[in-house]
Design a protein around this ligand. Structure first.
Ligand SMILES: CCCCCCCCCCC/C=C/C(=O)SCCNC(=O)CCNC(=O)[C@H](O)C(C)(C)COP(=O)(O)OP(=O)(O)OC[C@H]1O[C@@H](n2cnc3c(N)ncnc32)[C@H](O)[C@@H]1OP(=O)(O)O
Ligand SMILES: NC(=O)C1=CN([C@@H]2O[C@H](COP(=O)(O)OP(=O)(O)OC[C@H]3O[C@@H](n4cnc5c(N)ncnc54)[C@H](OP(=O)(O)O)[C@@H]3O)[C@@H](O)[C@H]2O)C=CC1
Length: 293
């Protein structure tokens, strides 16, 4: 989709890049020539990913062991990256989540999710953004959100709240930092199955609700390359005027709510024919009763 050199000279940090979507995005950015940093809390996982992905593209991939809930740890990480050169991009991807009835959540359960998704993304943006402003670097921030920022979602309320906060940060900082040439965007994926997400959101192993592909208008899950391509586009030069946007990538999922007629997609032509006959019969009956028109 892009030239191999599309991201040459780009240096991008992907939080939570050791697994799942972050790892797939790292593969995409590397294949288009970027130098990539990934971070997470499990060194063995990060090490394994770096070894695996070093064969792709320029092969410049590094890791930092960091808990993004700790602002001091983020500052240490970013300072150590800057010693090797300034970043040009950030992908806020790390997250925590699990399904639970909201009434059963403890304050610590809520905090585990909020502190990762909302605070972690904000601290990382701050540590990098203030350096870009000081050094006059035009960077690109992209946060990996979810379509719940538009719909909300039951049983994952802290995640929906925290992601929505970062959606608001995206719009707000796009305005505040536009004058520095810093772009602030987000993507809102629908279901892209990963071990990390499905263990927490689909623990019964039976796809239901948000994880059920048959409820997606396109009838399938997202493909990793599709998300990696969108992230590449948002990290590349060429459409720098795009800022403050949250771009959905969900096969139309969030638009096909149960409160719409989305499920009628399963009706056959024969079903439609008999339905049309029934509707027309009703209209004809009403017409016989009209006094005017
Ligand atoms: C119409 C729209 C459709 C859209 C369709 C989209 C479909 C998919 C959308 C996916 C969107 C978003 C997905 C994700 O974000 S997936 C990310 C999944 N990955 C992770 O969560 C990785 C990180 N996770 C963790 O670190 C842990 O799992 C955890 C979140 C639990 C945090 O770990 P930590 O070590 O910090 O915390 P503790 O284990 O000490 O627990 C802290 C408190 O939380 C309570 N807890 C933990 N699990 C549960 C649970 N399952 N239910 C209730 N409470 C839980 C735990 O008991 C602790 O509280 P207490 O001390 O008070 O007991
Ligand atoms: N999969 C899907 O269908 C969808 C996913 N998303 C979003 O995509 C992103 C990736 O999710 P996915 O790949 O599925 O799930 P994963 O569980 O694989 O990814 C989460 C990553 O975040 C890291 N992480 C979690 N907490 C911290 C922390 N405190 N500090 C540093 N790193 C942390 C984890 O590493 P470690 O545990 O080693 O710290 C892990 O690598 C998330 O933002 C998620 O909300 C959005 C919509 C749909």
């Amino acid at each position: 989709m892009f030239k191999d050199s599309t991201l040459a000279n780009k240096r991008v940090l992907i939080t939570g890049g050791g697994t799942g979507l972050g790892k797939e995005i790292a593969k995409g950015l590397l294949s288009y020539g970027a130098e990539v940093y990934i971070c997470g809390r499990r060194e063995s996982v990060l090490q394994e990913t770096v070894t695996e992905l070093a064969k792709i593209g320029s092969g410049k991939i590094h890791y930092r062991v960091t808990d993004i809930r700790d602002p001091d740890a983020i500052e240490t990480m970013v300072a150590s990256i800057w010693e090797e050169g300034a970043l040009t991009g950030l992908i806020n991807n790390a997250a925590a989540n699990f399904i639970s009835p909201t009434k059963d959540l403890s304050p610590r359960g809520y905090q585990a999710i909020r502190s990762t998704v909302m605070d972690g993304a904000f601290y990382t943006v701050l540590a990098i953004g203030k350096r870009w402003i000081k050094e006059g670097i035009k960077g690109s921030i992209v946060s990996n959100l979810v379509t719940w920022v538009w719909t909300g979602s039951a049983y994952v309320v802290p995640s929906a709240m925290a992601k929505t906060a970062i959606d608001s940060m995206t719009k707000s900082l796009a305005v505040e930092w536009g004058r520095y040439g810093i772009r602030v965007n987000a993507v809102a994926p629908g279901p892209f199955p990963t071990e990390g997400a499905w263990d927490k959101l689909n623990p019964t192993g039976t796809s239901t609700g948000a994880t059920d592909a048959s409820t997606v208008p396109m009838g399938r899950y997202g493909e990793m390359q599709e998300l990696a391509n969108l992230m590449t586009f948002l990290q590349a030069d060429g459409c720098d005027y795009i800022t403050g946007q949250t771009i959905g990538i969900d096969g139309g999922h969030h638009l096909a709510a149960p409160s719409t007629f989305a499920s009628l997609g399963s009706w056959s032509d024969d079903d439609w024919s008999s339905v049309r006959d029934s509707i027309k019969a009703s209209a004809e009956k009403e017409k016989t009763q009209r006094s005017v028109g």
